[in-house]
Write a protein that binds this ligand. Structure first.
Ligand code: CTP
Length: 412
């Protein structure tokens, strides 16, 4: 059973979509709003969406002892929005309503998704409460930046319900997924396909969705890192919360962005699907068909090789342009054939690229590209090989980060 706790903030309306996220995945959901949350969304809405009764106090349904029973039987508690006041009460261990009472009895993972104005989020009192809650094992999600109530913008915005849902789901699959083990570290992740222009309206790209790289950037930020996501062509993915996003188009743009942002990184992850070749000439005006209805320029396109960005980063680490203790992770999508298996090709690629870890996906038959689930292997330059079982791209990201973080900590 999942408990969705709702604090009294304007973002309480987003809790409705979060309840839906969990019920659609087959979970039993109980909503526990605070009294002030009901000033924003009515109990009837939460009852209809969850299919369960809603109460805020400890003096209702007394024979069922809900302030103890609900917490005891929960598999996960997610509080969204978590207001400054609600986190302060939780940090103090108060039990003056059903939600805070439930927090004291719950022994399952607890996630707070804060939402408040930037000043409140940055206030030392809130910082101390967040630190206390994290020390006690709760996950406090980094809020998004953007439009707050009224005209202000800044850090403190509640992440979108799907993002909170994805972060909560991964805890059920992989309980250590949101450990704060990248605090103070710098991480650069590339994601998505590159676009190689032919003329002002046409370009060549590939089937990479960017989902795996986005999941890695999202989790690394929630694990405490300062994350830069260098994003190519993606399937309209929303920016992850608390991540700096740099947009690029071509492989050459990607190379330049990585050189700039990876220079002082502890961890560099190349999840982007880089085009190996680009058109040799990029027309400045649209390539048109002639009077005969044909275009020679489009019938045969001369291609030239793109740089290998990953191999270049490994070389930069050797020559001192990148930190010498930076951990570098590459990706490979392979198909097996008569000459070798997926694993054979992966091992050879790891040697050729010289990175520390290679995430190897078997592709073909609709696997890996444009889907939400993935499986594969994690190959280490130290000879370690771990199977990555079929799971969500977020769970996969958690496993990749576990291995990468262990190397980051060993390096420095
Ligand atoms: N990569 C890169 N620059 C390129 C091509 C690939 O940085 N020009 C990176 C990808 O981001 C990925 C890894 O290298 O992390 C492997 O990508 P892949 O396309 O499988 O490698 P290729 O070297 O292109 O190998 P293949 O000959 O199998 O296409």
């Amino acid at each position: 059973m999942i408990i969705v706790g709702v604090g009294g903030g304007i973002a309480a309306y987003k809790a409705c979509a979060l309840v839906r996220h969990f019920t659609e995945r087959g979970h039993e959901v109980r909503v526990i709003p605070t009294e002030s949350a009901l000033k924003f969304v009515g109990a009837a809405t939460f009852e209809a969406l969850s299919g369960n009764p809603v109460q805020t106090g400890v003096f209702e349904s007394i024979p069922e002892v809900p302030h103890v029973r609900l917490g005891q039987s929960a598999d996960l508690v997610v509080i969204a929005p978590a207001t400054a006041d609600l986190m302060a009460r939780a940090a103090q261990g108060r039990a003056d309503d059903l939600l805070t009472g439930t927090l004291l009895t719950a022994r399952c993972p607890v996630v707070f998704a804060p939402a408040m104005h930037t000043e409140m989020w940055e206030h030392p009192a809130t910082r101390a409460n967040v630190a206390t809650l994290r020390e006690r094992g709760a996950v406090v999600i980094e809020p998004a930046s953007g439009r707050l109530t009224g005209k202000d913008t800044g850090a403190g915005r509640l992440p979108e319900p799907d993002e909170i849902g994805a972060l909560a789901d991964v805890l059920l699959e992989h309980p250590g997924a949101l450990n704060r083990d990248l605090e103070g570290r710098r991480v650069v992740v590339s994601a998505g396909g590159t676009k190689e222009a032919l003329d002002p309206v046409r370009y060549l790209t590939n089937r990479s969705s960017g989902k795996q790289g986005y999941a890695l950037a999202r989790l690394a930020a929630q694990r405490g890192a300062h994350v830069t996501l260098v994003a190519g062509n993606t399937v309209g993915l929303a920016d992850p919360s608390a991540v700096d996003v740099v947009r690029i188009a071509s492989a050459l743009d990607l190379q330049a962005a990585m050189a700039e942002h990876a220079a002082d990184a502890d961890l560099v992850i190349m999840a982007a699907a880089v085009a190996d070749y680009r058109p040799a000439d990029v027309a400045t005006t649209k390539l048109k068909k002639g009077a005969d209805g044909k275009s020679e320029a489009l019938e045969s396109i001369t291609m030239i090789e793109n740089p290998d960005v990953l191999a270049g980063l490994v070389a930069a680490r050797r020559d001192g342009t990148l930190r010498s203790d930076a951990v570098i992770v590459g990706f490979a999508a392979e198909t097996g054939d008569a000459a070798g298996s997926v694993l054979d090709y992966g091992r050879a690629k790891l040697r050729r690229k010289g990175c520390d870890l290679l995430v190897l996906n078997a592709v073909g038959d609709g696997r890996a590209f444009e889907v939400d689930e993935n499986s594969g292997w994690l190959l280490g330059a130290d000879g370690g090989e771990t199977a990555l079982p079929l799971g969500s791209k977020t769970a996969m990201a958690a496993r990749i980060l576990d291995a990468a973080v262990a190397r980051v900590h060993a390096a420095r």
